[in-house]
Design a binder for this molecule. Structure first.
Ligand code: GFB
Length: 337
C-alpha cells in the first residue's frame, strides 16, 4: 500500500452536495473514519453558483478537506435538453468552490467529474491520457466542458498556488438516493423503475430508449465513496484518476439483468427515436488499481441493494428523498441555519 499522504483523523471535512447521491454516500463512508467534524450546507442554505456567499462560507468554516460533490446531474435526455444550464451551473459551482478553498487555505480539495469528459471516439478502455484528444459526445457537451474546466482549474491551481487538489473521474454511477424520474434519470434507475412498475402492473412490455447497443460501465456509489476516501489518504498529484469497475455491459444486457434481478419475464421494445449517446465509455482503471484500490460491489448485487430501497418498491417511485446520511457530528453553520 502506498504511504499515507493525508490524515483524516480529527480533520474538518466539508462535503459540498451532501444531500445528493454521491454526497450522501460520502457521509456514510466518512462516518466510519475518525474525521473530526463534517461540515455541510444544503443548496437552500448555500447556493454554490454564487461567488460571495461561497467564499464567505469557506472562510467562516475553514475546513481542512473539501470534497466537491455538488453538481447539476442527469441522464442523457436531461443533459441534451439543458446543455446551457448543465455548463453554467457546474462551471460556477467548481470555480467558486475551488477558488474559495484556495483563498481560505484549505489543505486538500477533491474534485469529482465524470467519464463523459473523454472524446466520443476515445480508445477503449479509456486511459486518462485520452482527455482533450478529440470531439466530445454532443448529448452531454455542456456537462463535459464544465467538468473538464474543473479538473483543469484544479491542475493549474496546484501548479500556480500549490493547492493540493486531486480530481477523480467516476464512470456511470447508481445507488441509494438516485433520481427515478423517468424524464431526467440515468438509465439504470429508469430501467429499474420501469421493470418494477411493469411487474407490479403485470405488463408484458417496457420501452428502452435507443438501440440497446451502447455499452456502459456502472459503479455503485458506495464504491465511489470508498475510492474517494482511499485517494484522499493515498494520492496527491495533478493527474486526474479514473474510477470504475473495469467492466461494461450493453444497455440491452442491462435491461435483461434488471429484469432478472426483479424477477420480471417480459420483453423490451427499443425506441430508435431516442438518442444512444456515446457508443461506449469503459474506463481504464489501471492507475487506481496500481494505487491499491478496486471496486468491490458486483453489478447484480448493487441492483439488488437499490431494489431493497423502500422508495421504489412501495409504490412511490418518483424522486425518492435523498438521504443526508447518518454521519454523526455534522454541524450546520450558525449563520445559515
Ligand atoms: O444513463 P444515460 O441517461 O446516460 O443513458 P449516458 C445511457 C444509455 O441508456 C443511452 C439508454 O444509450 C440511453 O439511450 N437508455 C435506454 C436509457 N433506456 C433508457 C431510459 O429509460 N432512460 C435513460 N436515461 N437512458 C449521461 C450523460 O450519459 O451519463 C452525463 O448525459 C453523464 O453527462 C452521465 O456523463 C453519467 O451514459 O448516455
Amino acid at each position: 500500500m502506498p504511504e499515507r499522504v493525508f490524515d483524516l483523523k480529527g480533520a474538518r471535512v466539508w462535503v459540498a452536495g451532501h444531500t445528493g447521491m454521491v454526497g450522501s454516500a460520502l457521509l456514510r463512508r466518512l462516518a466510519s473514519t475518525d474525521v473530526g467534524e463534517i461540515i455541510t450546507a444544503t443548496s437552500a442554505e448555500l447556493d454554490l453558483r454564487q461567488q460571495a456567499p461561497t467564499h464567505a462560507f469557506v472562510q467562516d468554516q475553514r475546513p481542512d478537506l473539501a470534497i466537491i460533490a455538488a453538481a447539476r446531474v442527469g441522464g442523457i435526455q436531461a443533459n441534451r435538453n439543458a446543455q446551457g444550464s448543465f455548463l453554467y451551473d457546474n462551471l460556477m459551482i467548481a470555480a467558486n468552490a475551488i477558488e474559495a478553498c484556495r483563498l481560505a487555505g484549505v489543505s486538500k480539495v477533491v474534485i469529482l467529474g465524470s467519464s463523459c469528459i473523454y472524446p466520443r471516439e476515445a480508445p477503449q478502455p479509456i486511459p486518462e491520457e485520452a482527455l482533450l484528444t478529440g470531439p466530445l459526445e454532443p448529448t452531454n457537451e455542456g456537462y463535459s466542458v464544465a467538468k473538464i474546466a474543473a479538473l483543469e482549474l484544479a491542475k493549474m491551481y496546484r501548479r500556480q498556488f500549490g493547492l493540493d487538489a486531486i480530481s477523480l473521474m467516476p464512470t456511470n454511477l447508481y445507488g441509494p438516493g438516485d433520481n427515478f424520474d423517468l424524464e431526467t434519470a440515468h438509465v439504470l434507475p429508469a430501467l429499474l423503475r420501469k421493470v418494477v412498475e411493469a411487474a407490479r402492473e403485470e405488463r408484458r412490455y417496457i420501452e428502452v430508449w435507443g438501440s440497446g447497443r451502447p455499452r456502459r460501465e456502472f459503479l455503485h456509489v458506495d464504491d465511489l465513496a470508498d475510492a474517494t476516501v482511499y485517494a484522499i489518504e493515498h494520492y496527491s498529484d495533478e493527474q486526474h484518476l479514473n474510477i470504475g469497475t473495469g467492466e461494461d455491459i450493453s444497455i440491452a444486457e442491462l435491461a435483461r439483468l434488471v429484469a432478472e434481478v426483479v424477477g420480471w419475464e417480459g420483453e423490451f421494445w427499443f425506441d430508435p427515436s431516442m438518442p444512444d449517446g456515446a457508443p461506449r465509455k469503459l474506463l481504464d482503471v489501471s492507475r487506481m488499481q496500481e494505487l491499491g484500490w478496486s471496486a468491490a460491489i458486483p453489478l447484480s448485487d448493487g441492483i439488488e441493494m437499490v431494489l431493497a430501497e423502500r422508495s421504489i418498491t412501495d409504490g412511490e417511485a418518483d424522486l425518492p428523498e435523498t438521504s443526508s446520511g447518518e454521519a454523526g457530528r455534522r454541524r450546520f453553520p450558525r449563520a445559515l441555519q
